[in-house]
Design a protein around this ligand. Structure first.
Ligand SMILES: Nc1ncnc2c1ncn2[C@@H]1O[C@H](COP(=O)(O)OP(=O)(O)O)[C@@H](O)[C@H]1O
Ligand SMILES: [Mg+2]
Length: 366
């Protein structure tokens, strides 16, 4: 039983808040860490801020929390101005990479701490702490000190402590980056479940693109303090707004095109003397056509229809379920393919002359 009969769900859902950021800017001396960030985070949304190290993610999160003041711009909470509201009054939950637990306190006392600060009654605190310990799967560990717990368990305590007082917003800054890959996957599932159960607004920072795509309903991508795109996971991956987003979210092949001409039913273009066709909805035609490695398939003989180009296989990297292939076209364009290993002939070796095809509705003009 995760919560009382008339329990946390309704209360927490009612508290989830909408955040608005309007033209937020932040300067440290002459250095501009954030420029004109406009973003609305919906009530109960799970939004991930994704970007390389130094792109301004933590700075933006600290401004949302109230620990840093924006140099420019305005913040709202459920439509009310909160630009000048101090951090204590915002009272957002926070989870960081370093566990930041009190080492001399038990798990239960750590979780109880924010409730004591709020001067809740002893009975209320006891009930809530028991509920939170169960909610994050730490039943039986309540009397332990943090040092007796694994890294993953310590992060569960940090989550429980941050969520104990039903904050309207939970901010998480790279909370799992110190954990190994399997544990990180488990904690990601856990955070998704907590979000589903509680309905609180979650803002999660990561520099790991697969973590961002897996976790959240929408991803906000930062680079050099500027917001590049905000969209659902699938959209940022398949319809990146620009080359930075396309390349940051994983490998992508760029085909340099010539003779691009758009018609009602699609675009035709030439690539190394061959004519290619692309569906009309793949963006305004340009001379750069981008294709994810998994959207292209490999053939040992020329395919009969569809877009196909010839290439030489330079290298194969076996990754278990998939194999990555490095290829080069006769005109010198490097291509990277990701193929299900089971689909490849076992005789395939570097030096092979192969064909690469893809469907006309795949890819994107950048
Ligand atoms: N207190 C500060 N003083 C000066 N520069 C800072 C300060 N905090 C952050 N920066 C700079 O702002 C940029 C963005 O930092 P940060 O928000 O921590 O990036 P991220 O979390 O995306 O890695 C970096 O170049 C960083 O060095
Ligand atoms: Mg950071």
């Amino acid at each position: 039983m995760r919560r009382g009969k008339d329990g946390g769900r309704r209360v927490a859902k009612a508290k989830a808040a909408e955040i608005g950021a309007e033209r937020i800017g932040k300067s440290f001396g002459t250095f501009e860490a954030l420029t004109d960030v406009n973003l609305t985070i919906g009530r109960g949304e799970f939004l991930t801020l994704l970007g390389p190290s130094g792109s301004g993610k933590t700075t933006f999160l600290m401004i949302l929390a109230g620990f840093e003041a924006a140099t420019r711009g305005r913040l709202t909470l459920d439509g009310q101005d909160m630009t000048q509201t101090p951090a204590e009054a915002r009272a957002f939950g926070m989870v960081f990479q370093g566990y930041a637990l009190f080492p001399h306190m038990t798990v239960e006392d750590n979780i109880a701490f924010p409730l004591k600060v709020q001067r809740r009654s002893a009975g209320d605190i006891k009930r809530r702490v028991t509920e939170m310990v169960e909610m994050v799967g730490l039943g039986g560990h309540g009397h332990k000190r943090p040092s007796a717990l694994s890294g993953g368990q310590q992060q569960r305590v940090a989550l429980a402590r941050a969520l104990a007082y039903d904050p309207p917003v939970l901010l998480l800054d790279e909370p799992f980056s110190a954990l190994d890959k399997n544990l990180r996957g488990q904690m990601q599932d856990e955070v998704r479940r907590l979000h589903r159960d509680l309905g609180t607004t979650f803002v999660f920072v990561t520099h790991d693109q697969s973590e961002a795509l897996a976790l959240s309903s929408r991803v906000a991508i930062f680079n050099h303090g500027q917001l590049q795109q905000v969209a659902p996971s699938r959209e940022v991956y398949e319809r990146p707004a620009n080359r930075f987003v396309a390349e940051f979210l994983g490998q992508i092949n760029i085909l340099p095109l010539g003779g691009v001409s758009a018609g009602a039913s699609g675009t035709t273009a030439t690539f190394e003397g061959q004519t290619l066709t692309m569906a009309a909805f793949l963006g305004a035609p340009t001379t750069s056509f981008a294709l994810r490695p998994e959207y292209m398939s490999l053939h040992m003989v020329a395919p009969q229809d569809g877009n196909a180009i010839r290439a030489a296989l330079l290298d194969l990297t076996y990754l278990g379920a998939t194999t990555e292939l490095a290829l080069k076209t006769p005109g010198g364009t490097a291509l990277s393919l990701s193929q299900p290993t089971a689909s490849l002939p076992s005789s395939l070796t570097p030096g092979a002359e192969v064909w690469v095809s893809w469907a006309a509705d795949r890819g994107l003009f950048l």
